[in-house]
Design a protein around this ligand. Structure first.
Ligand SMILES: Cc1ncc(COP(=O)(O)O)c(C=O)c1O
Length: 484
């Protein structure tokens, strides 16, 4: 943060120097923004043969950059492996992808290909897992963690029982006592997880009971559920689920929130020796702005040290550690590119730059939660900048960026001829919340999508998914388009 505002872009009127690096995947060359070495402006123009991509694509355009997902998984696995080695931690680390962050086929294929375990939260997720098992991508060595509400009689509960027949390493995580009967009466052997109620930092058990949270079991019911599981011949208590928040950028706060659960884990481990996985759930932060700073190695060491300490006090072995990484895995692989189609002064203090798409439906968190994302021009970076405000193409007064309560200034080039810009860090949750397909706010059609990967030779590979045309939007809303 600078002056208490998140840094979302270039904050000066001077041009951005050549070779300037905004972060580890965005840098400037010859006045153009490159994403991990890919010149993004070229996508919209005729180009000489030597450039990577030969097609001219329409704006707006969504970029799905798969190497970033692999990089995130590799980085976190290395961080935890190093901490295990340094501390002599006697347990393993299980990187699990929380698929609710982005359930697109190319994303799940990539996380599984990178060795991640798989977490799900609803009934259709089971179909996705089945498809991936049939394709040989979700292999028997991977855990499937079933979170989310799954009461008796629900389709999700029934689908989980079916999935168990296909996959042995499946762990339903029980959110409330009513989720146990389908498992008890399933006739299948199940490893089971229990989710502890979410709560604030350093809470006592009494405070935890009173905390207002719809997730997980309060400590009384948590112990009760563990007893039921222990008494069931077909169930084994294997996993302790201790999720405490999301985008937890304050490391001390993150660890302090986990502490009370760790204490309960260690006491429970004394009684149930099969309890061997401590799952801290989601919450791992990732950069969505340019001032992000979180020390993952220090976090991993602090987490293991806290577990070693509590397990020593209760004289139990340390558990394997699992994290369910949603936002961390996918936020940075997604970008959305737009063209500036109009500049409007309107006697406003700052000129309005209007883009050819909707901010609201492309990244709903920006207006719903005042969330900040990185926004940078793709070209004209070598020209002077001015402070502006950005508006979407819809007629909605909330279709603006930065979000209304924000104090972050936004600077873009004064030159607006053929000016393109990109929003970055939008690959987690935004597409799922805005919806894929369907019809959007102000009937703005969905953008083209460009999936970018890298081959073994290090060269970019491209796949274009066409966006929506007008007829698709109309049909979706029940209209029969006029035949011309
Ligand atoms: C149970 C569970 N696990 C994991 C996640 C992923 O969290 P994040 O995106 O912060 O990594 C969530 C998010 O809501 C969740 O509810």
């Amino acid at each position: 943060m600078s002056d208490n505002h998140p840094i979302v872009g270039w904050e000066a009127e001077t041009p951005v120097p050549d070779q300037h690096t905004f972060n580890d995947y965005l840098h400037v060359k010859n006045g153009r923004l490159h994403m991990d070495g890919l010149d993004l402006t070229q996508l919209f123009f005729d180009k000489p043969d030597e450039q990577e991509f030969h097609q001219v694509l329409p704006s707006p355009l969504e970029i799905v950059y798969l190497p970033r997902i692999r990089r995130q998984i590799r980085q976190m696995n290395q961080v935890f492996a190093k901490a295990i080695e340094e501390l002599g931690y006697d347990g393993r680390f299980h990187y699990t992808y929380a698929s609710k962050a982005n359930a697109a086929e190319e994303v799940i294929r990539t996380t599984l290909g990178a060795g991640a375990h798989h977490e799900m939260s609803s009934s259709v997720d089971v179909n996705i897992a089945q498809i991936m098992i049939h394709r040989g991508l979700l292999t028997p060595d991977r855990f499937i963690i079933c979170n989310g509400f799954k009461p008796a009689g629900s389709r999700y509960a029934a689908n989980i029982l079916q999935l168990r027949q296909l996959h042995e390493k499946l762990i339903p995580v029980v959110e409330e006592l009513g989720e146990l009967p389908p498992l008890l009466h399933s006739g299948h052997q199940f490893d089971v997880g229990l989710r502890l109620k979410s709560y604030g930092p350093n809470m006592t058990e009494t405070e935890m009971v009173a905390a207002n949270s719809r997730f997980g079991l309060d400590p009384d019911n948590f112990w009760k559920a563990a007893d039921y599981i222990a008494a069931a011949p077909n169930l084994t208590l294997k996993l302790f689920h201790n999720m405490v928040g999301s985008q937890l950028t304050d490391m001390d706060d993150f660890i302090n929130r986990l502490h009370p659960g760790m204490e309960i884990f260690a006491r429970m481990r004394q009684r149930y020796p099969d309890l061997s996985i401590y799952d801290f759930g989601g919450g791992m932060p990732v950069a969505m702005t340019l001032d992000f700073n979180f020390d993952y190695p220090t976090f991993a060491r602090a987490l293991f040290t806290a577990l070693q300490d509590v397990c020593r006090r209760y004289n139990v072995p340390v558990p394997d550690v699992m994290g369910e990484f949603g936002r961390y895995t996918t936020a940075e692989h997604g970008a959305h590119l737009f063209k500036i189609i109009a500049v409007k002064e309107n006697n406003s203090k700052l000129p309005w730059y209007i883009i050819d798409g909707s901010i609201m439906s492309s990244f709903p968190d920006s207006w719903a939660l005042a969330e900040h994302f990185i926004v940078l021009p793709l070209n004209h970076l070598d020209k002077p900048f001015q402070r502006v405000q950005l508006g979407g193409i819809t007629c909605d007064s909330d279709d603006v960026y930065p979000p209304k309560p924000s104090h972050s200034p936004l600077y873009l080039p004064v030159e607006t001829d053929d000016l393109y810009l990109g929003f970055f860090g939008i690959g987690a949750y935004q597409e799922m919340l805005g919806g894929v397909g369907g019809s959007k706010h102000c009937v703005v059609p969905e953008a083209y999508e460009l999936i970018v990967d890298k081959g073994d030779d290090g060269r970019f590979q491209f796949q274009v998914l066409p966006g929506q045309n007008e007829d698709a939007v109309l049909e979706n809303l029940g209209y029969i388009p006029l035949v011309e």
